[in-house]
Design a protein around this ligand. Structure first.
Ligand code: C5P
Length: 251
Protein backbone atom coordinates (compact mmCIF):
# COMPACT_ATOMS: atom_id res chain seq x y z
CA UNK A 1 0.00 0.00 0.00
CA UNK A 2 1.35 3.42 -0.83
CA UNK A 3 1.16 6.71 1.01
CA UNK A 4 0.21 9.75 -1.02
CA UNK A 5 0.67 13.45 -0.37
CA UNK A 6 -2.39 15.73 -0.51
CA UNK A 7 -1.58 19.43 -0.59
CA UNK A 8 -4.02 21.60 1.38
CA UNK A 9 -4.70 24.73 -0.65
CA UNK A 10 -5.50 27.21 2.08
CA UNK A 11 -4.46 30.30 0.19
CA UNK A 12 -6.67 33.39 0.18
CA UNK A 13 -7.28 33.82 -3.54
CA UNK A 14 -7.89 31.76 -6.67
CA UNK A 15 -4.98 33.60 -8.31
CA UNK A 16 -2.59 32.42 -5.60
CA UNK A 17 -3.91 28.87 -6.05
CA UNK A 18 -3.40 29.04 -9.82
CA UNK A 19 0.15 30.36 -9.48
CA UNK A 20 0.98 27.61 -7.00
CA UNK A 21 -0.58 24.83 -9.12
CA UNK A 22 1.31 26.04 -12.24
CA UNK A 23 4.58 26.24 -10.33
CA UNK A 24 4.27 22.72 -8.91
CA UNK A 25 2.58 21.13 -11.94
CA UNK A 26 5.17 18.38 -12.44
CA UNK A 27 5.31 17.17 -8.83
CA UNK A 28 1.89 17.93 -7.28
CA UNK A 29 -1.10 15.82 -8.23
CA UNK A 30 -3.54 15.80 -5.31
CA UNK A 31 -5.05 18.92 -3.75
CA UNK A 32 -7.45 19.63 -0.90
CA UNK A 33 -9.90 22.53 -1.18
CA UNK A 34 -11.22 23.84 2.13
CA UNK A 35 -14.52 25.55 2.94
CA UNK A 36 -12.84 28.98 2.78
CA UNK A 37 -11.81 28.69 -0.84
CA UNK A 38 -14.92 26.79 -1.87
CA UNK A 39 -17.28 29.33 -0.30
CA UNK A 40 -15.53 32.12 -2.17
CA UNK A 41 -14.95 30.49 -5.55
CA UNK A 42 -17.35 27.51 -5.70
CA UNK A 43 -17.27 24.82 -8.41
CA UNK A 44 -14.94 26.93 -10.63
CA UNK A 45 -11.97 26.05 -8.47
CA UNK A 46 -12.81 22.32 -8.62
CA UNK A 47 -13.22 22.56 -12.41
CA UNK A 48 -9.88 24.36 -12.74
CA UNK A 49 -8.08 21.52 -10.94
CA UNK A 50 -9.97 18.71 -12.68
CA UNK A 51 -9.26 20.30 -16.09
CA UNK A 52 -5.59 20.08 -15.17
CA UNK A 53 -6.03 16.36 -14.38
CA UNK A 54 -5.46 16.85 -10.67
CA UNK A 55 -7.12 14.82 -7.93
CA UNK A 56 -9.35 16.82 -5.61
CA UNK A 57 -10.31 16.31 -1.97
CA UNK A 58 -13.26 18.64 -1.31
CA UNK A 59 -12.97 19.19 2.44
CA UNK A 60 -16.43 20.52 3.39
CA UNK A 61 -16.93 18.31 6.47
CA UNK A 62 -20.63 17.83 5.84
CA UNK A 63 -22.76 17.65 9.01
CA UNK A 64 -26.57 18.00 8.81
CA UNK A 65 -29.82 16.05 8.92
CA UNK A 66 -29.54 12.99 6.65
CA UNK A 67 -31.52 14.34 3.66
CA UNK A 68 -29.65 17.67 3.61
CA UNK A 69 -26.29 15.94 4.09
CA UNK A 70 -27.00 13.62 1.18
CA UNK A 71 -27.97 16.56 -1.07
CA UNK A 72 -24.68 18.27 -0.22
CA UNK A 73 -22.73 15.08 -0.92
CA UNK A 74 -24.56 14.57 -4.24
CA UNK A 75 -23.58 18.09 -5.35
CA UNK A 76 -19.94 17.37 -4.44
CA UNK A 77 -19.96 14.08 -6.37
CA UNK A 78 -21.52 15.76 -9.43
CA UNK A 79 -18.45 18.02 -9.58
CA UNK A 80 -16.28 14.94 -10.06
CA UNK A 81 -14.16 15.22 -6.92
CA UNK A 82 -12.06 12.29 -5.69
CA UNK A 83 -12.54 12.53 -1.90
CA UNK A 84 -15.33 14.06 0.19
CA UNK A 85 -15.78 14.01 3.96
CA UNK A 86 -18.49 14.26 6.61
CA UNK A 87 -18.62 14.41 10.38
CA UNK A 88 -19.12 10.99 11.95
CA UNK A 89 -20.83 12.90 14.78
CA UNK A 90 -23.73 13.42 12.35
CA UNK A 91 -24.60 9.83 13.21
CA UNK A 92 -25.04 6.49 11.49
CA UNK A 93 -28.21 7.44 9.60
CA UNK A 94 -26.64 10.58 8.13
CA UNK A 95 -23.55 8.69 6.99
CA UNK A 96 -25.57 5.81 5.56
CA UNK A 97 -27.81 8.22 3.63
CA UNK A 98 -24.73 9.84 2.07
CA UNK A 99 -23.39 6.44 1.06
CA UNK A 100 -26.75 5.56 -0.49
CA UNK A 101 -26.74 8.88 -2.40
CA UNK A 102 -23.32 7.96 -3.81
CA UNK A 103 -24.80 4.77 -5.24
CA UNK A 104 -26.72 6.83 -7.83
CA UNK A 105 -23.36 7.30 -9.52
CA UNK A 106 -21.42 4.68 -11.46
CA UNK A 107 -18.48 3.24 -9.56
CA UNK A 108 -15.82 5.31 -11.38
CA UNK A 109 -17.62 8.52 -10.39
CA UNK A 110 -17.89 7.65 -6.70
CA UNK A 111 -15.33 9.45 -4.56
CA UNK A 112 -13.75 8.06 -1.43
CA UNK A 113 -16.03 9.12 1.43
CA UNK A 114 -14.16 9.78 4.67
CA UNK A 115 -15.47 10.45 8.16
CA UNK A 116 -14.14 13.13 10.48
CA UNK A 117 -14.05 11.70 14.00
CA UNK A 118 -13.08 14.31 16.60
CA UNK A 119 -11.29 17.37 15.22
CA UNK A 120 -7.62 17.41 16.15
CA UNK A 121 -7.77 20.71 18.08
CA UNK A 122 -10.17 19.12 20.61
CA UNK A 123 -8.22 17.97 23.67
CA UNK A 124 -9.58 16.12 26.74
CA UNK A 125 -10.73 19.41 28.37
CA UNK A 126 -12.59 20.61 25.27
CA UNK A 127 -14.04 17.12 24.91
CA UNK A 128 -15.50 17.39 28.44
CA UNK A 129 -16.92 20.84 27.64
CA UNK A 130 -18.82 19.22 24.81
CA UNK A 131 -19.99 16.00 26.39
CA UNK A 132 -19.83 16.52 30.16
CA UNK A 133 -18.27 13.76 32.21
CA UNK A 134 -17.76 11.33 29.34
CA UNK A 135 -18.16 7.59 29.56
CA UNK A 136 -15.29 7.11 27.14
CA UNK A 137 -11.87 8.71 26.81
CA UNK A 138 -11.21 10.91 23.80
CA UNK A 139 -9.30 8.10 22.11
CA UNK A 140 -12.05 5.57 22.80
CA UNK A 141 -14.62 8.01 21.40
CA UNK A 142 -12.51 8.40 18.24
CA UNK A 143 -12.40 4.61 17.84
CA UNK A 144 -16.15 4.38 18.43
CA UNK A 145 -16.81 6.98 15.73
CA UNK A 146 -14.39 5.29 13.32
CA UNK A 147 -16.26 2.02 13.88
CA UNK A 148 -19.59 3.75 13.28
CA UNK A 149 -18.23 5.30 10.06
CA UNK A 150 -17.06 1.89 8.93
CA UNK A 151 -20.37 0.21 9.66
CA UNK A 152 -22.23 2.96 7.75
CA UNK A 153 -20.09 2.09 4.71
CA UNK A 154 -17.55 4.92 4.71
CA UNK A 155 -14.17 4.21 3.12
CA UNK A 156 -12.12 5.58 6.00
CA UNK A 157 -11.48 8.52 8.29
CA UNK A 158 -9.42 11.66 8.71
CA UNK A 159 -7.43 11.30 11.92
CA UNK A 160 -4.42 12.68 13.75
CA UNK A 161 -1.16 10.76 13.28
CA UNK A 162 -1.53 9.43 16.84
CA UNK A 163 -4.50 7.23 16.04
CA UNK A 164 -3.46 5.80 12.67
CA UNK A 165 -1.98 2.57 13.97
CA UNK A 166 -4.89 1.76 16.24
CA UNK A 167 -7.47 2.56 13.54
CA UNK A 168 -5.65 0.32 11.05
CA UNK A 169 -5.33 -2.39 13.68
CA UNK A 170 -9.00 -2.32 14.71
CA UNK A 171 -10.72 -1.48 11.39
CA UNK A 172 -8.44 -3.36 9.00
CA UNK A 173 -5.74 -2.26 6.57
CA UNK A 174 -8.22 -1.38 3.82
CA UNK A 175 -9.95 1.24 5.98
CA UNK A 176 -8.37 4.45 4.71
CA UNK A 177 -6.67 6.95 7.00
CA UNK A 178 -5.85 10.49 5.84
CA UNK A 179 -3.81 12.44 8.35
CA UNK A 180 -3.13 16.18 8.77
CA UNK A 181 -0.68 17.78 11.22
CA UNK A 182 2.38 16.57 9.31
CA UNK A 183 5.67 18.44 9.28
CA UNK A 184 9.18 17.72 8.00
CA UNK A 185 11.63 16.96 10.84
CA UNK A 186 12.83 20.03 12.73
CA UNK A 187 10.34 22.48 11.22
CA UNK A 188 7.61 24.72 12.69
CA UNK A 189 4.49 22.73 13.73
CA UNK A 190 2.10 25.75 13.77
CA UNK A 191 -0.99 25.06 15.92
CA UNK A 192 -0.80 21.27 15.67
CA UNK A 193 -0.67 19.90 19.21
CA UNK A 194 0.09 16.45 17.90
CA UNK A 195 2.40 16.50 14.94
CA UNK A 196 4.31 13.84 13.06
CA UNK A 197 6.71 13.61 10.11
CA UNK A 198 5.81 12.16 6.68
CA UNK A 199 8.11 9.21 7.39
CA UNK A 200 6.55 8.46 10.81
CA UNK A 201 2.98 8.80 9.51
CA UNK A 202 3.86 6.46 6.62
CA UNK A 203 5.25 3.86 9.00
CA UNK A 204 2.11 4.18 11.14
CA UNK A 205 0.10 3.27 8.02
CA UNK A 206 -1.34 6.56 6.68
CA UNK A 207 -2.79 6.28 3.18
CA UNK A 208 -2.80 10.04 2.68
CA UNK A 209 -0.70 12.75 4.28
CA UNK A 210 -2.28 16.21 4.25
CA UNK A 211 0.13 19.18 4.31
CA UNK A 212 -0.50 22.83 3.54
CA UNK A 213 1.53 25.74 4.87
CA UNK A 214 5.00 24.14 4.82
CA UNK A 215 4.51 23.65 1.08
CA UNK A 216 2.61 26.64 -0.26
CA UNK A 217 4.48 29.23 1.82
CA UNK A 218 7.89 27.81 0.86
CA UNK A 219 10.18 29.78 -1.42
CA UNK A 220 10.74 26.63 -3.45
CA UNK A 221 7.65 24.42 -3.04
CA UNK A 222 8.90 21.90 -5.62
CA UNK A 223 11.94 21.26 -3.45
CA UNK A 224 9.77 20.83 -0.33
CA UNK A 225 7.42 18.41 -2.13
CA UNK A 226 10.45 16.42 -3.32
CA UNK A 227 11.74 16.26 0.28
CA UNK A 228 8.35 15.11 1.56
CA UNK A 229 8.10 12.40 -1.10
CA UNK A 230 11.60 11.26 -0.20
CA UNK A 231 10.61 11.08 3.51
CA UNK A 232 7.51 9.05 2.53
CA UNK A 233 9.69 6.68 0.46
CA UNK A 234 11.94 6.14 3.47
CA UNK A 235 8.88 5.42 5.59
CA UNK A 236 7.65 2.85 3.08
CA UNK A 237 11.06 1.15 3.14
CA UNK A 238 11.08 1.11 6.96
CA UNK A 239 7.56 -0.28 6.95
CA UNK A 240 8.39 -3.14 4.63
CA UNK A 241 11.46 -3.92 6.77
CA UNK A 242 9.19 -3.98 9.86
CA UNK A 243 6.82 -6.30 8.04
CA UNK A 244 9.64 -8.67 7.17
CA UNK A 245 10.63 -8.59 10.83
CA UNK A 246 7.06 -9.51 11.83
CA UNK A 247 6.48 -6.30 13.80
CA UNK A 248 3.44 -5.14 11.92
CA UNK A 249 0.61 -3.43 13.79
CA UNK A 250 1.85 -4.18 17.24
CA UNK A 251 0.54 -1.65 19.73
O1 C5P B 1 -1.13 24.02 6.82
P1 C5P B 1 -1.36 22.68 7.47
O2 C5P B 1 -0.40 21.62 6.99
O3 C5P B 1 -1.42 22.77 8.96
O4 C5P B 1 -2.80 22.23 6.93
C1 C5P B 1 -3.48 21.14 7.45
C2 C5P B 1 -4.81 21.00 6.76
O5 C5P B 1 -5.50 19.90 7.34
C3 C5P B 1 -5.76 22.20 6.90
O6 C5P B 1 -6.38 22.39 5.64
C4 C5P B 1 -6.80 21.76 7.90
O7 C5P B 1 -8.07 22.31 7.65
C5 C5P B 1 -6.82 20.27 7.66
N1 C5P B 1 -7.27 19.52 8.83
C6 C5P B 1 -8.29 18.60 8.66
N2 C5P B 1 -8.76 17.88 9.72
C7 C5P B 1 -8.23 18.04 10.94
C8 C5P B 1 -7.18 18.95 11.14
C9 C5P B 1 -6.72 19.69 10.05
O8 C5P B 1 -8.78 18.45 7.54
N3 C5P B 1 -8.68 17.28 11.92
Amino acid sequence: MKTELIIALNQETFLEVKEFVEKTDKVAHFFKIDAGLFTRYGPDIVKYLKDKNKNVFLDLKIHDIPSTASRAATSCIEMGVDIINLHALGGFEMMEEVIKASWQFIEEKRPLILGVTILTHIDEAAFQDLFGEPKYSLEEEIMLLAQLAKSAGLNGVVSSPQEIRRIKHDMGENFIVATPGIRLPGTEVDEHARSSTPREATIEGADFIIMGRPIYTAEDPVEVITMINHDIEQGLENKSEQKKGGNEWQI
